[in-house]
Ligand binder design. Structure first.
Ligand code: SF4
Length: 438
């Protein structure tokens, strides 16, 4: 019987390292000039010396997608190896065997990686971005969403007139078509803990749950019926729209006089939504000056045009009422600056009372504590945001294998920033999982 076994054996790890260490890492590498696709040979050899196989593979794959084949069948003597400066002395670097060592390693990793499961908690912009990228890389991704439908802040935080939900549905369909499974109505931290997810075989967990807990105004009467949080209001509107709740749950009724505290995008969204539900008047108050407002100019102009009134350098100091709220006290403030410090000082004689039916609070949010409180090893800062690190893996929390990005790690920012962070963290999760197989 003829023997067709592959003749040449590949390098062991020690042999690959020893060979890589012989390379001079030339400043003007002739090996690269000799390579028809100008592979970054000295760089991937350096990565082998550094013990970073994943980086070495990434460098090769930047230029080649057939490294397993090329390392075996290219005429290396006429190309990179023949051009190597050490070849003249008959001791040229065996570049093809180093390439083969990496390519075979990559193949092993790719085959074992297919089985890796990743859990993504939350389904807002950061989570959708992470899930899509990892699914494209071949991971089995399951997304867990607490609400009845996926989309997070895209569905339950941004009003329909700014982002039609049919567009959110289409975007989610694209992610599903990549193979991502989406389980809705699952509250991680209550129905399922992170430890249970790992026990179920998930190799890594991404937390992209955003900020669902509103900051309180801390004024007397804040707990009276009629006072509500802007994110609760916006979410309820969407739940009614999608018929998960009946219309009777809508907290703003036709004819209501509404005051909104805060002048960021969430406050303006709440004000404009209240108008759409027939509020008789809507006034937004914020302690900062008009030029300091945090909502976009476009949102501000449109809100003014629709009839929203703004009172800057004012704040609510008390909510009045007995059974339910009947009005609020407003107080004028001015900013006093001394050195680097600045503070708001009440203006004497500016206090007045106005009658209103609803007070919507939109002065910021912070993350829910339910995942952190049911998991060991996850640390948050004083404001409740998850602490993540750049090293050894971008976006990894204080618990190995658990990553986070988006509003759950910093003050709420824009959709595009959450998506950008999601991309960086997805790449870090990929690297983490690849290394876990070495
Ligand atoms: Fe290394 Fe040879 Fe390339 Fe120089 S020419 S970088 S020694 S492989």
């Amino acid at each position: 019987m003829l023997n067709f076994d592959e003749l040449e054996k590949g390098f062991s790890e020690a042999e690959a390292l020893a060979e890589a260490q012989r390379c001079l890492k030339c400043k003007d590498p002739r090996c690269v000039k000799g390579c028809p696709i100008e592979n970054c040979i000295p760089q991937f050899i350096q990565a082998i010396c550094d013990g970073d196989v994943v980086e070495a593979v990434r460098l090769i794959n930047d230029r080649s997608n057939l490294a397993v084949i090329c390392s075996r069948v290219c005429p290396h003597n006429d190309q990179c190896e023949g051009a190597c400066v050490l070849s003249k002395k008959g001791k040229g670097i065996q570049i093809s065997k180093l390439e083969r060592y990496l390519a075979d390693k990559e193949m092993e990793l790719a085959l074992t990686r297919v089985a890796d499961k990743v859990a993504v908690i939350g389904s807002g912009p950061a989570s959708l971005s992470v899930a899509a990228i990892l699914a494209k890389e071949g991971y089995r991704v399951t997304m867990f969403e607490a609400r009845p439908q996926p989309g997070g802040v895209l569905r339950y935080g941004i009003p329909e007139y700014r982002l039609p939900k049919v567009m959110v549905d289409k975007q989610i369909e694209i992610v599903r078509n990549l193979g991502v499974r989406i389980e809705t109505g699952v509250v991680v931290g209550e129905d399922l803990t992170l430890d249970q997810l790992f026990a179920m075989g998930y190799k890594s967990v991404f937390i992209g749950t955003g900020t669902g807990l509103s900051r309180k105004l801390e004024v007397p009467g804040e707990d009276l019926p009629g006072v509500l949080q802007a994110i609760y209001f916006l979410e309820t509107v969407e739940l009614v729209r999608e018929e998960s709740l009946s219309v009777s749950h809508l907290p703003v009724k036709p004819g209501d006089r509404v005051v909104v505290v805060g002048a960021g995008n969430v406050a303006v969204d709440a004000a404009r939504t209240a108008l759409r539900f027939g509020a008789a008047e809507v006034q937004v108050v914020d302690i900062i000056a008009e030029h300091e407002r945090r909502c976009s100019d476009k949102e501000y102009e449109e809100a003014l045009h629709e009839g929203v009134r703004f009172s800057f350098e004012n704040s609510v100091t008390q909510v009045h009422g007995e059974e339910r709220m009947t009005g609020v006290s407003l107080q004028g403030f001015e900013r006093q600056v001394s050195g680097r410090e600045s503070r708001f000082v009440p203006l004497a004689g500016s206090e007045r009372q106005i009658q209103c039916d609803k007070l919507i609070i939109a002065i910021g949010q912070k993350p829910f504590a339910r995942i952190v409180s049911t998991t060991t090893g996850l640390k948050t800062n004083e404001q409740g945001y998850l602490i993540t690190n750049d090293e050894p893996h971008y976006g990894m929390t204080t618990r190995p294998g658990v990553f986070a990005a988006g509003d759950v790690v910093h003050e709420p920012k824009t959709v595009i920033l959450a998506m950008r962070e999601g991309r960086k963290v997805a790449e870090a999760i990929d690297t983490y999982l690849r290394r876990s197989h070495l």
